[in-house]
Design a protein around this ligand. Structure first.
Ligand code: FAD
Length: 321
């Protein structure tokens, strides 16, 4: 049995998918011991965390924490982990989770293992973690009394226990220095409501789209399917689509049931972000494009002809039905 502390990020009153995955791993590592969840300021989400295996939820509220302050959050993580004598401190392997836990580990003088896909308790704790955008798996040992790590998105399937947790609100002790780095504004993503990281269908376009305007059939198909729009780095570099839509090593890691890649060659750095896709449909005019080795289905042709034809057929079937 071990005491585990999990940093939980929330959205719309619930744990994010990545945090539910971190809680699931935390529950496994606790092996019947207490699983403490730490949330910042979201009372609404606190009660729901028992369902993911949290036994105790700590809600930290402080005026300075409102919009996000990674050093301050790191201090709260450190102080709480020390007071609980936690053997594991776990966070979601998202930008926010990695930022806060890296700072917390540095503050505590402890090693930090980011983006783990497997964690085995023991002395030392052994981990397998994703490096270089998924092209390398590293086996590592954490030689410390407290293992600080994040879970790579989609590496653990979140499973609910349907349990309940005790909830306790507190005001952490923070100094001005802890609040030196703060989020002062947020720019909403210019896409529709479907989150790229969590979408069950993603329709992406690459350089083959030809231009910003050439992306229209990609967006049209995504809208028809209720899918998220993605793209390759060639597209974001050209300024045709925003970086928030980039899939890959330096973009978002996705794990949809279906990934529809249009006019994308399938470079290693792109596929590093799409490795979690259950099925890949490649639409490309080059039958020798590297993406064909990852594709379950392929349509060889010009995306500007193929995509409108698919969209037209979807509309025809829906209108007929
Ligand atoms: C450190 C590093 C990090 C990187 N990170 C990322 C990342 O996160 N994400 C990412 O995507 N890339 C990343 N890259 C870039 C990556 O190496 C590729 O350059 C990029 O993915 C290529 O984008 P693309 O497939 O759209 O373009 P291309 O490789 O040029 O491929 C275009 C494809 O479109 C096809 N095509 C052309 N016209 C049509 C048409 N009309 N209809 C159908 N098919 C057509 C072509 O046959 C070709 O296969 C990274 C590179 C480096 C060095």
């Amino acid at each position: 049995m071990a005491t585990v502390l999990v940093l939980v990020t929330t959205a719309e009153g619930a744990a994010t998918a990545a945090s539910a995955q971190a809680l699931t791993l935390g529950r496994e590592l606790a092996a019947g011991g207490p699983v403490h969840a730490l949330v910042f300021g979201d009372d609404a989400a606190a009660a729901s965390l028992g369902a993911w295996g949290a036994t105790h939820v700590h809600v930290a509220s402080h005026p300075g924490l409102g919009s996000g302050a990674p050093d301050a959050q790191a201090r709260v993580v450190c102080d709480l982990a020390a007071s609980l004598d936690a053997a594991f401190v776990i966070g979601p392997g998202t930008e926010d989770g990695n930022t806060v836990l890296a700072r917390a580990a540095a503050r505590a003088g402890l090693p930090f293992a980011a983006n783990c896909i497997r964690v085995t308790a023991g002395s030392p704790v052994s981990v397998t973690r994703v490096r270089w955008g998924g092209s390398l798996l590293e086996e590592a040992a954490i030689h410390a009394d407290r293992a600080m790590l994040t879970v790579a998105p989609h590496a653990v399937a979140a499973s609910s226990t349907g349990g309940a947790a005790t909830v306790e609100a507190f005001t952490p002790q923070l100094d001005d220095a802890d609040l030196a780095v703060r989020v002062v504004g947020r720019v909403p993503a210019p896409t529709g409501g479907v989150s790229l990281a969590d979408a069950t269908v993603v329709v992406s376009g690459g350089r083959g789209a030809g231009s910003a305007e050439g992306f229209a059939p990609v967006v049209e198909l995504a809208e028809l399917l209720g899918a998220a729009v993605g793209c390759s780095r060639a597209v974001t570099i050209a300024g045709w689509r925003p970086h928030t839509e980039q899939v890959g090593q330096t973009g978002t890691k996705i794990a949809p049931d279906m990934y529809i890649a249009c006019g994308i060659s399938g470079a290693t750095q792109h596929m590093a972000g799409a490795r979690g896709a259950k099925r890949v449909l490649a639409i490309n005019k080059d039958p020798e494009a590297p993406i064909m080795t990852s594709a379950d289905y392929a349509v060889i042709g010009d995306l500007h002809a193929v995509l409108p034809a698919i969209s037209a057929e979807i509309r025809r079937v829906r209108e007929a039905g």
